[in-house]
Design a protein. Structure first.
Length: 306
């Protein structure tokens, strides 16, 4: 092989890999594995999710599941992943519609669900439960000049936007993962996005710094199960799409977890002893126990009012 040919092949290979990189990594600094994991997948009709939410492989992680709802008036997105992912979200949306993004709904305050809000600018209406606006205002990402990216619309218990097939119902049923978690229901499609109130099949992450409560989460989930009708498909924060019966099971899991933790505490067990003795993975098939100890600690602290 001549030197020129080798050089030519190298240049061609380089150009190919650069083209591949340009197609896969629109923004600098993003992990290629994470960009590859953000796929847009149809949930039903005019509703999609952008994936990449799994927390097991941090290198492929871009933040919580983003829902993309295409209405006559424009595109509504639910959650915006980590900071730096706005262009990828927009690229994925552009692969299914040319309509403008008009509305952002954030299920809750965390940076892996609100991180790219600012990318979409101040002309987009952003809606959250009122407690979440208060916790977002305490985040560095929304301080100073960036306060202009704080949500523009809030609600307390229930809010409906749009009409007919484009209607979206937002519900707040109380404390759980934080003190401002929204259930986002697309009634015409019988689908709901509930963020990190159902993040995975494991013990919940109870963010007590942002008002989360392991004592109240079973009741909050129960209120949602009773108060929300005609949903069969559930989008959670960091897992594949689930069914209503999975949410019913997660509510029972949380009820059993709380009862077991309260019993362990009453028996005088330390957090370590409680974690060693509480195992719900036999009763709940497919559940993991990676987050049990942290949840037990949070519930102990909550009971002790720490
Ligand atoms: Zn969260």
């Amino acid at each position: 092989m001549t030197r020129g040919l080798v050089l030519g092949l190298l240049i061609a290979a380089g150009a190919l890999s650069m083209a591949g990189a340009a197609a896969q990594a629109p923004a600098a600094g993003l992990s290629p594995a994470a960009v590859a994991a953000t796929k847009i997948e149809k949930v039903r009709d005019n509703l999609y999710i952008i994936t990449g939410s799994g927390t097991a492989n941090r290198d492929a992680f871009s933040g919580g599941n983003t829902a993309v709802f295409i209405t006559d008036a424009g595109v509504v997105i639910v959650d915006t992943k980590l900071a730096g992912w706005g262009q990828v979200i927009l690229d994925r949306v552009r692969s299914v519609t040319s309509k403008p993004i008009t509305t952002i709904i954030n299920t809750h305050t965390h940076g892996d669900h609100t991180g790219s809000n600012a990318f979409f600018g101040t002309s987009v209406e952003t809606i959250v439960q009122e407690n979440t606006k208060a916790t977002m205002a305490r985040m560095d990402a929304f301080k100073g000049d960036n306060a202009k990216f704080l949500p523009t619309k809030t609600y307390k218990d229930k809010l409906s936007i749009g009409a007919g097939k484009d209607q979206i119902d937002l519900y707040y049923f109380g404390r759980g993962h934080t003190d401002g978690d929204t259930f986002v229901v697309f009634p015409a499609l019988r689908v709901m996005h509930m963020g990190d109130l159902f993040p995975w099949k494991d013990a919940p992450f109870l963010d007590r710094n942002n008002g989360g409560s392991g004592v109240e989460i079973p009741e909050t989930l129960d209120k949602a199960l009773k108060g929300i009708k005609n949903v069969d498909t559930v989008i959670g924060g960091h897992q594949p799409v689930q069914q209503w019966k999975d949410l019913q099971e997660y509510q029972r899991f949380n009820t059993d977890l709380l009862a077991a933790v309260e019993a362990a505490k009453k028996a005088g067990k330390s957090v370590d002893d409680a974690a060693a003795s509480i195992n719900l993975t036999t009763k709940y098939a497919g559940y993991e126990a990676a987050r049990t100890k942290a949840a037990i600690q949070a519930i102990y602290d909550e009971i002790d009012k720490k």
